[in-house]
Design a binder for this molecule. Structure first.
Ligand SMILES: C[S@@+](CC[C@H](N)C(=O)[O-])C[C@H]1O[C@@H](n2cnc3c(N)ncnc32)[C@H](O)[C@@H]1O
Length: 322
């Protein structure tokens, strides 16, 4: 393998392991790999450089990511097809491109460093900016609208389940009081309010106290979990036999969804009590990772964003017979 050379400031997470896991499916001439989350194009660039006979179809719902990564991948010419799409649209994208099956699919979930770094996108709690958080600003509703219009019970549910925020109720009580006075528009007021709502002890640990609320709002604004729930089965369905899928998650709910889909595919689906499992009930996936793989300490020391990463992968071993 040639050594991929990503730009140092945006190091792709668990890159070497992703390449090793997908590699055996990508070495054949004519192989097609999908990067479902192009972002800054770090993983994509490495895939193209490492597997020179491979074609790449790259998706991102953020037009700014397509623009930036498009320039980065320009040297690979017509080996790259970049498409503005939400990743659960993968089957439609492949149908449009006339590609019935692919040999690899990579998901690197969540936000890119570019999205976090651009203050006016509203993802970062460290700078005052409009509370937007949409990965595609041409559709959907902003984080400010969620905060200003959702019923309190719904906000508590979102902060608890998507942010694992123990003080969800306290924060939402404060939000509801404040929004009646004046609707939220920018992030600093929300950060300040969270700081005031949390007990002293909670503020001493776990970094910025607004972090969990911001993550929860982002997941809600972008409908991240329902989209992922459709996308992973769709990606498995698009794999040719021998094709491989790898998914990097950064949140326990994402990882659980991925685990469930891959584990279900790797189990047989025969009714209980059959002495022999007939072909149509045999598993269609083989797991390539034991549980979720984690980044090494060295990687985390170099790249904080890698710390929560969980990597799972599987190989398609059978066609659907049903
Ligand atoms: C963590 S970044 C990917 C970084 C990339 N692997 C790299 O090495 O530069 C995730 C990207 O996926 C995109 N994204 C997130 N959810 C998406 C979805 N449902 N459909 C399409 N793109 C999505 C985001 O806009 C972001 O650009």
């Amino acid at each position: 393998m040639t050594d991929p050379s990503p730009t140092p400031q945006h190091v792709p997470v668990m890159l070497r392991r992703c390449l090793d896991l997908l590699g055996p499916a990508l070495a054949l001439p004519g192989a097609v790999v999908v990067d479902a989350t192009l972002g800054l194009g770090g993983h994509s660039e490495a895939l193209l450089a490492t597997f020179p006979s491979c074609r790449l179809i790259a998706l991102d719902r953020d037009p700014a990511a397509l623009d930036l990564a498009g320039k980065r991948l320009a040297p690979f010419g017509d080996r790259v097809t970049a498409v503005h799409a939400v990743y659960d649209e993968l089957p439609q994208v492949l149908a449009r491109l006339g590609v019935p099956r692919v040999q690899g699919v990579l998901f690197d979930l969540g936000v890119s460093s570019m999205q976090l770094d651009e203050a006016d996108r509203g993802f970062a709690y460290a700078q005052d900016a409009p509370l937007d958080m949409r990965m595609d600003q041409s559709v959907g509703i902003s984080a400010a609208e969620v905060l200003n219009t959702y019923p309190p019970g719904e906000l508590v549910r979102i902060l608890r389940s998507y942010g694992e925020e123990k003080f969800a109720r306290k924060i939402v009580e404060a939000v509801v009081r404040e929004r009646a006075r004046e609707p939220f528009t920018t992030s600093a007021r929300l950060v300040e309010l969270i700081r005031e709502a949390l007990p002293q002890a909670a503020k001493r640990t776990g970094g910025n106290p607004a972090k969990r609320t911001f993550q929860a709002l982002r997941i809600e604004v972008n409908g991240e979990l329902p989209v992922l729930e459709r996308a992973v089965p769709a990606a498995v369905g698009a794999l040719a036999v021998g094709g491989r899928i790898a998914v990097l998650s950064y949140h326990s709910l994402e990882d659980r969804l991925v685990k469930q889909v891959l584990a279900a595919g790797a189990a047989h689906s025969a009714p209980p009590g059959l002495p022999v499992v007939p072909e149509q009930y045999q598993p269609r996936l083989k797991l390539l990772t034991r549980g979720a793989e984690l980044p090494g300490e060295d990687e985390i020391a170099e790249n904080r964003r890698a710390a929560p990463a969980r990597l799972r992968a599987a190989e398609r071993i059978r066609e659907d017979v049903r």
